[in-house]
Write a protein that binds this ligand. Structure first.
Ligand code: BG6
Length: 513
């Protein structure tokens, strides 16, 4: 008898449910505050349509818009139709839209309008009766955080936060979760007075991106990367989130917030946590969040923030051949604003795995091109048995996870240049989603809205993660406010010169993505 002595490995991706079958949300509705805002129009409403089109919403799904406009249900339906035709990922299908339209309602009101919240309660009950939404209602707060207290207390006063037997009530909150640690705690107190912690879904839309979830598959479903994913082999890690757009019409939101609070506190620190964390024992919310939190807790800041952080603000110039305004000339921005539109920082993760491996983060608007990537840069080979001219063009090996665009993974390594010499030069080996899979990736919001309706929380950061991220960032933004005004940089470049100097000091250079 042949006995298989190979131990069955623990497989964190294993799940008793067959994950190949997409799960379909049960009877439910969503009430959206801030429904006329950009995010709702460009992302949230289209994502709901796309889910409906993919058959992942129940036919009875209800969607209630709440806002100041004096709209009828039909006006709202027209607005949703326009948003869907302009921004949905999947093609427009009249019968899907008609199905969805049956559950569209609009309630006119301001956040302090108690009578309007009474009306909202009636509309939600009407949906339960006529559409069979089963008392399951989600409240999506796509509104500025200073409006949270009022909306939450209105929801509590009208009893909308309290589920009937066996049903659920959930709240979805969009970033920013505060502007520092203290305000994040206050905000959380407000929300958790009204909803149980497990019913609070904090959106970080980066976690809904396929390529971000792929960091887990890449690291933990494979054998060949994990053994080298540590300080023995890795020299440093660079996480870049570059955008070529300016702040557009978002002055009201952006000014006084800046890049570090807008995207580093959330998206980039989440990318760092997923890149650096230990293998969770499962992908349950508790295990995944715990491992991410351990990384955030282990992060330390460099002693001298003037040397290891950089801050910039774009000036007027040419981008893609077009004249673009500087940040200070953008509509609604005060001429003396010191808000940064570029931020870079070095963080260290004090664990055995990462001791001595700096994580460099940078993000900004009006940069060379739109790209988000994580580059794990390896140490050079300890000895090169070649002449120095043969390896003059050889860089460090790197694994680059391209979050967007051109989603995929690239490995960079040295290869012999064909010819009589032993010349070695960097080459790339590429995996691209576009050519490896026929399925198109869903939008991040499709995944996150569906998970929320299913009550599946792993992709939503919990409060502890939010607080730890602010603990990391607060000393930097405090230091900047007092000592480091943003340095100017031209559009289409990769940020201010200070960002380059920051890496040069460490004997390294930013990648040109
Ligand atoms: C948002 C930020 O969270 O992410 C914006 O508030 C930024 O400033 C946006 O433009 C970028 O998202 P994405 O998915 O296009 O990378």
């Amino acid at each position: 008898m042949i006995v298989n002595t190979t131990p069955t490995p623990r497989n964190p991706l294993r799940d008793p449910r067959d994950r190949r079958l997409p799960l379909i949300a049960g009877p439910s509705s969503m009430v959206m505050f801030g429904v006329t805002g950009d995010l709702a129009r460009k992302k949230l409403l289209p994502a709901i349509y796309d889910l409906a089109h993919r058959g992942l919403l129940p036919p009875s799904f209800g969607l209630v818009g709440y806002g100041r406009r004096d709209w009828s249900h039909d006006d709202f339906a027209d607005y949703v139709r326009t948003s869907v035709t302009e921004h949905a990922r999947t093609e427009f299908d009249e019968s899907t839209f008609e199905q969805l339209r049956g559950g569209l309602r609009f309630v006119t009101g301001t956040f302090d309008d108690t009578a309007a919240f009474q009306k909202l309660t009636e509309v939600v009950e009407e949906l339960d009766r006529t559409r069979g939404t089963g008392g399951n209602h989600a409240f999506y707060l796509s509104i500025p955080p200073d409006a949270f207290p009022q909306v939450c207390s209105q929801l509590a006063n009208s009893g909308l936060n309290t589920p009937r037997d066996g049903s659920w009530r959930r709240v979805v909150i969009e970033k920013p979760f505060g502007h520092d640690l203290a305000s994040a705690k206050e905000l959380n107190d407000v929300v958790e007075k009204v909803f149980r912690p497990e019913d609070v879904f904090r959106i970080d839309h980066y976690l809904g991106k396929e390529t971000v979830q792929n960091i887990l598959a890449f690291r933990f479903a494979n054998q060949m990367f994990e053994p080298i994913w540590n300080a023995n082999y890795v020299d440093h890690v660079q996480i870049t989130m570059a955008e070529d757009i300016g702040i557009g019409s978002r002055a009201g939101y952006y000014d006084g917030i800046g890049t570090a609070r807008d995207v580093i506190q959330n998206h980039l620190l989440q990318l760092l946590a997923l890149t650096a964390m230990e293998e969770p024992i499962s992908f349950d919310a508790k295990e995944l969040r715990t491992e991410k939190e351990k990384v955030l807790e282990a992060i330390s800041l460099p002693e001298d923030l003037s040397l290891h952080t950089a801050r910039g603000q774009y000036v007027a110039g040419l981008q893609g051949g077009e004249e673009v305004k500087g940040y200070l000339e953008e509509d609604g921005i005060p001429a003396d604003s010191t808000t940064e539109t570029f931020a870079a920082m070095r963080l260290d993760v004090n664990t055995r795995r990462w001791a001595g491996v700096p994580f460099y983060l940078r993000a900004g608007k009006r940069l060379g091109r739109r790209v988000t990537e994580i580059a794990v840069v390896f140490k050079s080979a300890p000895f090169l048995p070649f002449s120095s001219t043969d390896t003059a063009d050889l860089g460090q090996n790197a694994i680059v996870i391209r979050v967007q665009p051109d989603e995929g993974v690239t490995m960079r390594f040295g290869s012999k240049v064909p010819g009589t010499q032993m010349e070695v030069r960097d080459v790339n080996m590429d995996f691209q989603y576009g050519s490896s899979f026929t399925e198109e990736s869903p939008e991040a919001y499709e995944r996150l809205i569906l998970d929320m309706l299913l009550g599946d929380p792993p992709l939503f950061p919990r409060q502890r993660e939010v607080e730890l991220s602010w603990e990391i960032l607060d000393p930097i933004t405090d230091y900047w406010a007092k000592n480091l005004p943003p340095a100017p940089y031209r559009p289409g470049t990769w940020g201010p010169e200070t960002a380059n100097e920051m890496l040069t000091r460490d004997g390294r250079a930013w990648r040109r993505p």
